[in-house]
Design a protein around this ligand. Structure first.
Ligand SMILES: Nc1ncnc2c1ncn2[C@@H]1O[C@H](COP(=O)(O)OP(=O)(O)OP(=O)(O)O)[C@@H](O)[C@H]1O
Length: 477
């Protein structure tokens, strides 16, 4: 009997490949199996093939249907965000500032907020009667973890995706309205570190003439007509500014506020932390319209240009110890190249800052590379008064409730006359005023004592500096 069951039956003759198989491989087999099934001839291979084929064919849809069903009706909502709350898996972090959405339902303790962002996984959602699928995949980059996000839909036309993304873009623009995106560099690429409410320009207190001159110049440069003017004359459409002065005089604050006032994103680069090749790559990556802020520009390695001079004059001007210390830093020649080169984007506004303008190479600040130089210095009486006013007066009321506008004007004058001119930076004065932020009266009472104390502190710092330099010199010598 067993032998009978195992009787070898020859396979059916191979049928010629039909045209249908060319376009839909396997379709003929599936339909043949279906025919067998329908004809009541349940050949075991045919049935299996048929079931497998159907399972493969419809499995994806069934899975999606159930995921949507579960995500929509059986998953609790974590955020009111219309889009990402449907994710079935999240990356949750504490405190760290990540892109994602924060837990709005926490107890109001902002110290360690929970941050959610979609983690490896996918979810589907309906958008204008279309089923879209969001996928997020975390990948280990060379240094940071990278996230690859895709949105797909079952449709032959990408129209619905375009519509969806343009709506996302509009929502995003609403979200970042009045915010300036700040980019900083990580190795050789830009990373958006924040989109912040940057202080309005009028809160940066300095000589109004200088501020207006700078703002007007940048606005005029950004005007589309100016661009056409530059291009007609074949002049590279770029503009450079140098802000110089002692620490804490508002160089960075002014640059950020200018970017906000001109509705431009700002790219911040500290020249001392990049080498030549990173510098080139970073400049090539800049978008067409932006502010690029090069901080502490005096830190650029000028050794190479000095070496060139040495070759010309035949004198050995380059000290070997300086060369050693500056290795790995961006060189002056590389910086000049990126400022002028083809990689340098049209329409960019370059702002360079330094505390030591006297150390800058003349080539770096020559006209064409730097079109306007602005010195930000220590305060005068007018600035002292404005700093006092800006810190204390809110809606014409004083924080300690003692007195009216007239009293406040008197206090302001008194403060401004007691604070010496051209000796302290706005940052120093602001920090003193913050100590007494609840009482302008106390600030005025204590200003002279603060001046004496701060002078003494600075003298001691200078003595310590010279001592350190002396020791350093001895060690090096
Ligand atoms: N002119 C100013 N008006 C208002 N606030 C100022 C001004 N200058 C400095 N500050 C305050 O001092 C702090 C430091 O300012 P900022 O970083 O802009 O100075 P900086 O000149 O760039 O300093 P550094 O040269 O050390 O980088 C900021 O918090 C800012 O609020």
């Amino acid at each position: 009997m067993a032998a009978d069951n195992n009787v070898y039956s020859p396979p059916p003759p191979l049928s010629p490949i039909s045209m249908v198989d060319v376009f839909f491989p396997g379709l003929t087999n599936i339909s043949a199996a279906l025919q067998q099934l329908l004809a009541g001839n349940p050949n075991s291979y045919g049935r299996m093939l048929c079931i497998c084929g159907l399972a493969v064919f419809f499995g994806g849809y069934i899975k999606d249907f159930f995921s949507v069903l579960v995500a929509t009706y059986f998953t609790s909502r974590i955020s009111s965000q219309p889009f990402s709350h449907k994710a079935s898996s999240f990356l949750v972090s504490v405190g760290a500032r990540r892109r994602g959405f924060a837990d709005n339902h926490s107890d109001g303790n902002q110290k360690k907020p929970l941050q959610y962002s979609p983690w490896n996984g996918s979810f589907s959602f309906y958008y204008k009667n279309h089923l879209l699928t969001f996928r997020s995949v975390q990948k280990e980059g060379q240094i940071f973890r990278e996230q690859e996000i895709s949105v797909s839909c079952i449709s032959r036309s990408p129209g619905i995706l375009r519509e969806f993304f343009s709506e996302c873009r509009a929502e995003y623009l609403k979200l970042v309205k009045n915010k300036t995106s700040v980019f900083e560099h990580r190795d050789s690429s830009w990373k958006k570190t924040r989109a912040i409410d940057i202080r309005p320009l009028d809160t940066v207190i300095l000589d109004e003439m200088k501020k207006t001159a700078l703002l007007e110049d940048i606005k005029a440069f950004l005007d589309p007509e100016t661009r056409a003017w530059y291009s007609r004359r074949g002049i590279p459409y770029r503009k450079g500014y140098l802000l110089y002065g002692p620490p804490g005089t508002g160089k960075s604050s002014l640059s950020l506020s200018i970017a906000r006032a001109c509705d431009l994103d700002i790219y911040i680069l500290n020249i001392s932390s990049v080498d030549d090749s990173s510098l080139g790559e970073l400049f090539t990556e800049l978008p067409a319209r932006c502010v690029i802020l090069l901080e502490d520009i005096d830190a650029v390695d000028a050794t190479q240009s000095r070496q060139r001079k040495t070759v010309k004059t035949g004198k050995d001007e380059t000290s070997s110890s300086t060369e050693g210390k500056l290795q790995g830093k961006a060189s002056l020649s590389a910086l000049l190249n990126v400022l002028d080169g083809v990689g340098s984007q049209e329409g960019r506004v370059l702002i360079m800052t330094t505390n030591h303008a006297e150390r800058l190479d003349a080539a770096l600040v020559r006209p064409g590379r730097v079109d306007m130089k602005l010195e930000l210095g220590y305060t005068n009486q007018d600035i002292n008064a404005r700093l006092f006013r800006a810190l204390f007066l809110r809606d014409n009321t004083l924080p300690d409730g003692r007195g009216d506008e007239v009293t406040f004007s008197k206090l302001t004058k008194e403060f401004a006359s007691k604070m010496p001119e051209q000796e302290f930076s706005p940052a120093e004065i602001q920090s003193f005023l913050l100590e007494y932020r609840r009482s302008p009266h106390m600030a005025v009472e204590n200003v002279q004592e603060w001046v004496v104390r701060t002078r003494e502190g600075k003298k001691q710092m200078k003595r310590a500096d010279s001592w350190v330099l002396q020791e350093g010199g001895d060690i090096l010598g």
